[in-house]
Design a protein around this ligand. Sequence first.
Ligand code: F6P
Length: 555
Amino acid sequence: MSALTESSIWKSLEQHFAEIKNERMTEMFKTDRDRAPKYTIEACGIRLDYSKNRISEKTMPLLFELATHCGINTKRKAMFSGNKLNITEKRSVLHTALRNVSGSPIKVDGIDVMPGIQAELKKMRDFSKKVRNGKWRGFSGRRIRYVVNIGIGGSDLGPQMVNEALAYYSDGPQTFFVSNVDGTHLAETLKKVELSTTLFIIASKTFTTQETMTNAYSAKSALLAKFNGKQDAVRKHFVAVSSAIDKVMEFGIDPKNTFEFWDWVGGRYSLWSVIGLPIVLSLGYKKFYDLLTGAHEMDMHFLNTPLEKNIPVILALLGVWYNNFFGAASHAVLPYDQYLHRLAPYLQQADMESNGKSVDIDGKPVDYQTGPIIWGQPGTNGQHAFYQLLHQGTKLIPADFIMPANSLNETGDHHLKLIANFIAQTEALMVGKNADSVEEELKQLRKKLMNKKLLTPKHLEYLIPHKIFQGNRPTNSITFKKMTPKILGSLIAMYEHKIFSQGVIWNINSFDQMGVELGKQLAKTVLEEIEGTERSERHDGSTSALVEYFKQNRL
Ligand code: F6P
């Protein structure tokens, strides 16, 4: 047994779960008129109503005790101070320094990292200004109209999500993101741009990632073909974002046009760094700075607020409650905001790459569940797709409902309808519908029918169980007034700290990603085999047969 599951607080939670597991939230609301305000908090312009959760008066104090027991207070301080929390890779975890708009010193190995961060920010600001105002020109002297970011994972999902979320505020070149090694991604993107007015950003911390480098070299070939092989064109149309300057130079990019970041910035936490270059190019530096400011405000909230009023900590603990005690395997992210349509894919990497671990920080196998499966889609689309399972399926799926009170595109009554759906869904998931109500509804319906044969008493009886909604399904309502760069910064930082807090409770390293390596290694071997002529006997029967199938069926 692990120290976590052996701890007395864990056992108290297990016992409490046994007491509360069948209690209904609707009853809790009836007996406590103050339940909604009691479980609603606000910080950084974000309001969290977590009253529609399966928690009683006893639950949260026990969960806060768990967080304290697991060392959340020391660990959150340690992260902000630059301690090497990423033990396996012996690295600090300092995405919070990237948005430390206060400028106060933060040291790694005794050296203040803030001057370096500020220098890169300035470089990004100056560069983007030149591109946006037309001083930076392409090889043929034309102004830049398109930006194509070539990167994958953290070098793609973060800036892409932000550019989509803040598209309303964009007044710069049109940005595209190419990530997939599937040549279709690049080919279809190149159809939408004009090469002589396109700037490519090669975004890769390591500058070795197979997908990114394959796309980067193909884009370079396309550009060289356009400019009759003139190598100088590369310097006008390619910039890099990387920590591997030597490899960038090898590619042919001018080191002056390379934006640097450090090993203490994890890929999935890097949008705040120069990886945010496509954001700055699209929105301008001022709005990027607002994004950083919003994140910094959430950082300060997370660092300094007692656990009882701390939004990321509360979200983390609720997640642990369902994941580890109710056995919920997944968590849905349901933004009622079309601009946030890339939030779920972004959070999939942020959360699942961070907390998808099965050994603790000491390398011992865990005997409890760690990170959940994160998934979701914007409402109302999801309502017409997978909400059936949320309402009537056999699985308990806690969900975050996220919504601004005001739309950036107020058109007729669209937004009021969106709000109505948001509220109705959280209510329906909690309240459900019992057999008596279903029966009454059906009887009323029957009364209205001219042809009573359409709903015979026998069929009415038969329909009842199909129309019952068990309810008691938990949701968080996360709302804010309007989507702005600052609010988005706070929202993303809120999730980052939620993920961190859960990692602290599960005693895992949330900052490495060794699980992505094996597939990468094997892909190299398989690539050699597919390119070669020899039949490979190195694999199991299925794998060898797949290799042969593709070799024989390539046209
Ligand atoms: O394969 C996973 C990963 O290492 C991510 O963690 C990272 O965000 C992504 O690949 C891209 O890495 P890089 O920026 O080095 O190309």
